[in-house]
Ligand binder design. Structure first.
Ligand code: ADP
Length: 242
């Protein structure tokens, strides 16, 4: 997993993220949307709402409810995955919802729902984190008032080396994998899971590594949001000139 030069299977140094591309506003039918590529993982997020909630009895008198569906497309992995929701997808839908919930002013929209759909188009590790990052962008794109963006990234241990942003093979063959989501402005961690085993010292180092990754991703999120509005501004200016 780590060669004699200390490089990883995809040529990265231990503390390096995979190449990341993000785009906001990719689906015109959704209220907000975003697409992310992180290495070979490709994930789309769509947000609908705040909107009238069906079934109505689920509505809360003092806030909106947040619903989240994480789904892997059947073609997203080498061997066809059943489109039916697996236990893993049900778990990830729940943890992603909980990772995003503290960022949203749900109390501003009583009796409504905000629905998040995360579709993994290609999976190569780290999809719960990429899905969380994309969903936070889609929420912001939908104009939903937020306390902060949520950026997510995993870190872990592979061949005895502490590494950032594990890919699929590192996740499967490595000793530990710790997905983290973070709101840098609030200084809040909203997701922290761990597979495998680490000493307490390693745990602290891996957590710090993941938080550094989240901060880099947070910068990219802000750039992706700004890029959409720069494009709109340029379009408006061209219209006004003609
Ligand atoms: P995450 O994608 O958040 O790292 P996991 O650790 O559960 O979540 O999964 C790691 C990787 O394992 C996924 O990104 C994907 O590449 C692969 N994987 C997950 N489910 C399946 C599946 N049903 N078939 C094949 N590969 C899968």
């Amino acid at each position: 997993m780590i060669d004699e030069k200390g490089l990883r299977t995809d040529g990265r140094r231990p503390n390096e993220l995979r190449p990341i591309k993000m785009e906001v506003g990719v689906l015109s039918n959704a209220d907000g949307s975003a697409y992310i590529e992180q290495g070979k993982s490709k994930v789309l997020a769509a947000v609908y709402g705040p909107r009238e909630l069906h079934p109505r009895h689920l509505a809360l008198p003092d806030r909106a409810i947040l619903r989240c569906r994480y789904h892997m497309a059947p073609f997203s992995v080498e061997e066809r995955k059943s489109p039916a929701p697996s236990r893993r997808e049900i778990e990830l839908s729940k943890v992603i919802r909980e990772a995003l919930e503290p960022a949203i002013f749900l109390e501003k929209f009583p009796r409504t729902s905000i629905d998040i759909f995360i579709e993994v188009l290609q999976a190569d590790g780290g999809t719960r984190c990429a899905g969380t990052t994309a969903a936070a962008l889609a929420l912001a794109d939908a104009g939903i008032p937020m306390r902060d963006l949520v950026a997510a990234c995993a870190a872990g241990k592979v061949d005895g080396v502490l590494v950032l942003d594990l890919n699929d093979i590192e996740d499967k063959e490595g000793e530990a994998d710790m997905p983290v989501s973070y709101m840098p402005n609030l200084g809040l961690i909203s997701l922290l899971q761990m597979d495998g085993s680490l000493t307490f010292e390693e745990f602290k180092q891996v957590l710090n590594l993941a938080l550094e990754g989240c901060k880099q991703i947070y910068k990219l999120q802000k750039e992706a949001l700004k890029a959409k509005y720069v494009a709109i501004k340029e379009e408006v200016e061209t219209c006004l000139q003609s």
